[in-house]
Ligand binder design. Structure first.
Ligand SMILES: C[S@@+](CC[C@H](N)C(=O)[O-])C[C@H]1O[C@@H](n2cnc3c(N)ncnc32)[C@H](O)[C@@H]1O
Length: 190
């Protein structure tokens, strides 16, 4: 009984420390980013910490590629499913699939075809390290070029990718209108 309570408390504290809250990437910022960065028809995107799914749906609509969102919060995930249902009802002409997966990003097994990974400040760098290591493991099994796209990146994420991984920064798109130095997109490539 005490062990059970302790275990639940431990899990709650872990989530409070490492999993960040929902906030959507503004669509006008995505518009600016995609003036300078494009997906190709063979690409497959995963949004880690997809929230209500708006980024995945935006990209599906704009590039017509398969998209997936991974979300750990049950209520937020269910909202993503509802948004997906309404969206698909109005976009039957796009055949590429849209999937939302309920679970922790760090437990998600990256699929061999997935090659574009999006993060808007979803979790601590501790969790990000695990997710990046899963991506690299998948790349070692199925060799391919992959891009990690960071929106509103923290210096910890940047330092980790630069110093501890083979990913290299290939693009930076700032959003000068906001006057916020963190308001930018960074693309890292392997
Ligand atoms: C800042 S929001 C970004 C939402 C979306 N990607 C966007 O850009 O509009 C981060 C989301 O990550 C989710 N999240 C936090 N930790 C997570 C984890 N370990 N695995 C999956 N999702 C997580 C949160 O519940 C939240 O919905």
């Amino acid at each position: 009984m005490i062990d059970d309570i302790y275990d639940k408390l431990h899990k709650w504290m872990y989530k409070a420390m490492h999993y960040y809250r929902y906030e959507a990437t503004p669509y006008d910022h995505l518009d600016m980013f995609f003036e300078e960065y494009q997906f190709s028809s063979g690409d497959r995107l995963v949004d880690f910490g997809c929230g209500r799914g708006w980024v995945a749906l935006y990209i599906h609509n704009r590039f017509q590629i398969p998209v997936k969102g991974v979300e750990v919060d049950r209520e937020t995930y269910e909202q993503a499913l509802k948004n997906r249902a309404v969206y698909l009802e109005n976009h039957k002409h796009i055949s590429a699939p849209v999937h939302f997966h309920y679970g922790a990003a760090e437990d998600y097994k990256v699929e061999p075809e997935e090659n574009r990974f999006y993060f808007f400040n979803p979790f601590s760098v501790h969790v990000f390290k695990k997710v990046t290591s899963n991506i690299l493991e998948s790349v070692m099994e199925h060799r391919r070029s992959v891009d990690i796209i960071l929106y509103y990146p923290t210096p910890e994420y940047e330092r980790f990718l630069k110093n501890k991984t083979p990913f290299r920064l290939v693009k930076q798109v700032s959003i000068p209108e906001t006057g916020d130095e963190y308001d930018k997109f960074l693309v890292y490539r392997y």
